[in-house]
Design a protein around this ligand. Structure first.
Ligand SMILES: Cc1cc2nc3c(=O)[nH]c(=O)nc-3n(C[C@H](O)[C@H](O)[C@H](O)COP(=O)(O)OP(=O)(O)OC[C@H]3O[C@@H](n4cnc5c(N)ncnc54)[C@H](O)[C@@H]3O)c2cc1C
Length: 417
C-alpha cells in the first residue's frame, strides 16, 4: 500500500515501548506524530501471546524490575492491572547429574547474592573489566556464574562490570497479570501506528528528515529512532549522511544479547512446584537453564536459556531449547513429569529480524557507550530505546523512560530554535 505524501512534526521509527512512550509524550506536548513499525503488531520486545496457552504468555519482557521504584508499577495499578509480587527463590539445583541438598542450595543462593555484590564492587573500579573477573572464588562459582547470562543476555566474560554497577537496582521483580505486553498495548491503545512499514533510509542531511519506506517517504522536522542495537548493527537502515564513527563505535560496544524463553503448560494435577519456586540445571560448564514455576499462580512454568548457549540452541533449530529444559525437568522431578506436560512453546529472539536479540549489554571497556548512543545528530535525528539508558538499560521501564526523555529533548531543541 502506497503512503499518501506524509508530513509531521516528528516521525517515530519503531512501536516498541520506547517509541510508543515517545509518541504519547510528544502528542501530549502538542506535536503531530507519525509512528511507523516494521512488524505487523506493536510492542516490539514486550509482547503478550494469548494464542498458545489458556493463560497469557509474555514472549519478551514480563517482570517489572526494580519494582518499588518502577514508574510502570504504579501506572499498572492505576489502570487496574493486578501485580504479582512474590519473589522467586532457588528451590532445586541439579548440576552434572547430582541434585544439591537443601543445605547446599542455601549456600548456592548465598553465593549468588555475594557474587552480585562483588560485581557491583568491581563496577566502582577505575578499570572497566568483565564481570567474569569479579566473580568470587568459592565452591559454587562454576554453577552460579551461569546465572549471569539470563540477567545480562550474555556470558560473564563479555559483559562490562561498570555497566551493571550503574543500573539502578531496587527491590522487587513483579509480574503483571494478563501480561506486561498486554499492559503496554493497553497503555498506548490511542496511539495510531502504521504497521508493516519498515524504515529503509533516514536522510538527515538538511533541514528536517526524510524517512524512506517501501511504501513511500515520510517528511518530518525531527525523527526518533528506537530500533534495537541488534537492528542497528545489521546496517539494514541506511543513513545519509552516514552515522559518525563515534555512534558506530557505541553501537558496536552495545551488542543485543540473547535470552530465550521456553513455556510449559502442565496438567493441573501436577502440583509439585508453585509460584516463587525455581529450578537451575547445568550440564558441563555452560549448558544451563533456569525454570520458574507457577506464573500468575497458574500451571505455567517458564524456562530461560541465555548467552552463547541459547544462540547454539537457536541454531540447532526449533525444539532444541524445549528438549534441554525437558531434560532438566526429568532430572529433577523424574521421567513421569513428561506425562503432565500439555503444551510447550519457545522463543527465538536472535532470528527475529526486527530485534536480532533480546536486550543490550555493554562490552568490557564499553561503559559510556549508552550516553553516546543517546546523543542527537544535527538537532534532528534523535535516539531512544532501552540501550540508550545508563541506569535502566535492558528493561521495559528503561524503554518507557527513554521515550519520555527524548520528547523533552525535542521540546528543548524546538524552544532554542
Ligand atoms: C525474552 C525477553 C525477556 C525480557 N524480560 C524482561 C523483563 O522481564 N523485564 C524487563 O523490564 N525487560 C525485559 N526484557 C527487555 C525488554 O523487553 C526490552 O528492553 C524493551 O521491550 C525494549 O523496548 P524498546 O522500545 O527499546 O525496543 P523494541 O521493543 O525492540 O522496539 C523497537 C521497535 O522497532 C521496530 N523496528 C525494527 N526495525 C524497524 C524498522 N526498520 N522500521 C520500523 N520499525 C522497526 C521493532 O519491530 C520494534 O517494535 C526482555 C526482553 C526479552 C526479549
Amino acid at each position: 500500500m502506497a503512503l499518501t505524501p506524509l508530513n509531521s512534526d516528528v516521525v517515530v521509527i519503531g512501536a516498541g515501548t520506547s517509541g510508543l512512550s515517545a509518541a504519547k509524550s510528544l502528542k501530549d506536548i502538542g506535536y503531530s506524530v507519525i509512528v511507523i513499525e516494521a512488524a505487523n503488531h506493536i510492542g516490539g520486545r514486550c509482547v503478550t501471546d494469548n494464542s498458545v496457552f489458556d493463560i497469557p504468555f509474555d514472549i519478551g519482557g514480563s517482570w517489572l524490575h526494580s519494582a518499588v521504584t518502577n514508574p510502570l508499577a504504579e501506572i499498572a495499578v492505576q489502570n487496574n492491572f493486578k501485580l504479582h509480587k512474590k519473589n522467586w527463590s532457588h528451590t532445586w539445583v541439579h548440576s552434572n547429574g547430582a541434585n544439591l541438598s537443601s543445605k547446599q542450595t542455601k549456600e548456592y543462593s548465598q553465593y549468588i547474592e555475594d557474587m552480585w555484590q562483588n560485581i557491583n564492587k568491581a563496577g566502582k573500579n577505575k578499570k572497566d573489566q568483565s564481570i567474569e573477573k569479579s566473580l568470587p572464588e568459592a565452591k559454587w562459582r562454576d554453577i552460579a556464574r551461569n546465572q549471569i547470562a539470563p540477567m545480562m543476555g550474555a556470558d560473564p566474560d563479555v559483559c562490562s562490570a561498570h555497566d551493571v554497577f550503574h543500573f539502578t537496582n531496587t527491590e522487587g521483580d513483579w509480574l503483571v497479570e494478563n501480561g506486561l505486553g498486554a499492559f503496554i498495548k493497553y497503555l498506548y491503545k490511542d496511539i495510531k501506528v502504521i504497521t508493516n512499514c519498515a524504515a529503509k533510509k533516514i536522510d538527515y542531511s538538511s533541514n528536517g528528515v526524510k524517512v524512506e519506506t517501501p511504501d513511500g517517504v515520510i517528511s518530518a522536522t525531527y525523527a526518533v529512532l528506537t530500533v534495537s542495537t541488534g537492528v542497528l548493527s545489521q546496517n539494514k537502515i541506511k543513513f545519509f549522511p552516514k552515522l559518525p564513527p563515534r555512534k558506530k563505535d557505541a553501537i558496536n560496544n552495545l551488542p543485543n544479547g540473547l535470552l530465550n524463553k521456553i513455556g510449559f503448560e502442565f496438567n493441573i494435577k501436577w502440583r509439585e512446584a508453585h509460584q516463587g519456586q525455581s529450578a537451575d540445571y547445568l550440564v558441563g560448564e555452560n549448558d544451563f537453564c533456569s525454570i520458574d514455576f507457577g506464573f500468575y499462580d497458574s500451571n505455567i512454568a517458564v524456562g530461560f536459556v541465555a548467552g552463547r548457549f541459547a544462540e547454539q540452541l537457536e541454531m540447532d533449530g526449533p525444539g532444541a531449547a524445549t528438549s534441554f529444559c525437558s531434560e532438566a525437568l526429568k532430572s529433577i522431578f523424574g521421567n513421569d513429569i513428561t506425562k503432565f506436560i500439555n503444551k510447550t512453546t519457545e522463543t527465538a529472539w536472535k532470528s527475529n529480524i526486527n530485534s536480532y536479540g533480546s536486550y543490550s549489554y555493554a562490552l568490557p571497556g564499553g561503559f559510556g557507550a549508552r550516553e553516546i548512543l543517546a546523543e542527537t545528530l544535527d538537532d534532528r535525528l534523535f535516539f531512544a530505546g532501552e540501550a540508550t539508558m545508563s541506569n535502566s538499560q535492558a528493561t521495559v521501564h528503561g524503554a518507557y523512560l527513554s521515550g519520555i526523555e527524548v520528547a523533552a529533548k525535542i521540546l528543548a531543541v524546538d524552544n532554542s530554535n
